[in-house]
Design a protein around this ligand. Structure first.
Ligand SMILES: Nc1ncnc2c1ncn2[C@@H]1O[C@H](COP(=O)(O)OP(=O)(O)OP(=O)(O)O)[C@@H](O)[C@H]1O
Ligand SMILES: [Mg+2]
Length: 377
């Protein structure tokens, strides 16, 4: 695409960014709206505001991060922002020396930046590209200051280190760059103010911690009750606990997050647990779903992979039973069905010739039933 066909960044609106992210992330629209606004601010030169994503395992935290990266690559206008890195929090501390190591993060950013600015980057080109980075720090909850009831000093070191980095300070970074026709050792002064930081973590145990606080009579808080109309027409009063209704900043401090570090987040966003309907959507439509991957695989052999609607529902239901792994369970269930087919599709009765040429392979309810029952389909 030539430069003059590129849109101006201001014209790629948050709803358009949101729609792009939705190709790979389903059922997390609230979180994606926050991310879309942050990306819009970031790509138009404003301070994006840092985001903390909290959600149970397999609900899409890492998937959101991966999809921001995918979007930067798929959307040509976002080329200047491709110096993005996703890194696990524990890699940013030297556990033995109890030292924060931002160099690891900056080295990852630098590597991306170099790939973008060409073979002989000037110090300024390198610095400017690095300053536009999006930095995702995953598994941040593992760097709590308390782990299993005991103080976790490396957690404090990490949070304090990140806090200053996210405060918009200037960090010095030593590397090599080209000046006056030669490569030289240089020190870059990198201003982190315009970087976008997104952190994520499952915060296992937070749900129980807040629930116990709320049901304690001394807390002065009450679970919300609502009238629910049942299928038979009767009305039942249900009390539901949703973390989003009660979570306060202090709960995260109690969990072991350093208050000054938490203060660096403009938005703390809770991801929802995925229900059967969303899991089915993910299976059928998301870019990275095991079904979509498998369909692409069979397409190479000119076989069109299809799935009966009931079969998709059954897989989603089986996955939901495995609540601890979230959407990951889709893969486990689906692979039980698909593995034997992927190995040698030509040996199966389910394969039918297509009128226009090629073949069609349909995953039926019976195949799903047998696989879920556990005898391999
Ligand atoms: N909301 C979602 N939309 C689409 N796919 C999802 C979603 N949530 C999870 N998945 C799928 O499930 C898998 C696991 O999700 P992901 O890695 O994002 O979980 P996570 O929230 O980071 O969990 P953990 O806390 O265990 O790291 C991914 O490969 C992804 O394909
Ligand atoms: Mg993850």
């Amino acid at each position: 695409m030539s430069a003059d066909t590129l849109r101006v960044l201001q014209s790629i609106t948050p709803p358009q960014i949101f729609a792009e992210l939705q190709k790979g992330v389903l059922g997390q629209n609230t979180a994606l709206r926050f991310v879309a606004v942050a990306v819009y601010k970031h790509t138009t030169g404003k301070v994006p505001g840092n985001i903390l994503l909290i959600g149970n395992s397999g609900t899409g935290k890492t998937t959101i991060m991966n999809n921001i990266q995918r979007m930067y690559h798929d959307v040509p206008e976002y080329r200047p922002f491709r110096a993005m890195t996703i890194i696990n929090a524990n890699l940013l501390v030297d556990a033995e020396r109890l030292e924060f190591q931002p160099e690891r993060l900056l080295a990852a950013v630098e590597q991306r930046a170099r790939a973008m600015v060409g073979e002989k980057p000037s110090p300024a080109a390198l610095r400017e590209t690095m300053e536009r980075a999006t930095i995702c720090i995953d598994e941040i909850d593992k760097m709590s200051s308390i782990v299993a009831g005991k103080p976790n000093p490396i957690g404090v070191v990490l949070q304090q280190g990140l806090l200053t980095l996210m405060e918009g300070e200037v960090v010095t970074y030593k590397t090599y760059a080209w000046e006056d026709g030669a490569e030289k050792a240089v020190t870059l002064n990198i201003d982190t103010r315009h970087m976008m930081f997104i952190c994520g973590g499952a915060f296992e145990g937070l749900y129980d911690q807040v629930y116990l606080r709320v049901i304690n009579p001394a807390s002065g808080e009450k679970l919300k009750s609502q009238a629910v109309q049942m299928a038979d027409g009767q009305v039942r009063i249900e009390t539901r606990f949703a973390l989003a209704d009660f979570l306060k900043p202090e709960d995260l401090f109690t969990y072991g997050m350093v208050p000054q570090f938490m203060a660096r987040f403009d938005n703390v966003v809770l991801l929802r647990d995925l229900d059967v309907a969303v899991l089915k959507e993910i299976l059928l439509r998301s870019l990275d779903s095991p079904f979509v991957r498998s369909r692409n695989y069979f397409a190479v052999m000119d076989i069109e992979l299809e799935i009966e609607d009931v079969a998709a529902s059954m897989i989603a239901e089986a996955a939901e039973h495995n609540i601890r792994t979230g959407a990951r369970a889709l893969r486990t269930v689906f692979s039980k069905i698909i593995n034997r087919l992927e190995f040698d599709p030509w040996q199966h009765d389910e394969l039918a010739a297509r009128p226009g040429g090629g073949h069609r392979l349909t995953i039926t309810r019976e195949m799903a039933r047998r696989a879920i029952a556990g005898n391999g389909g």
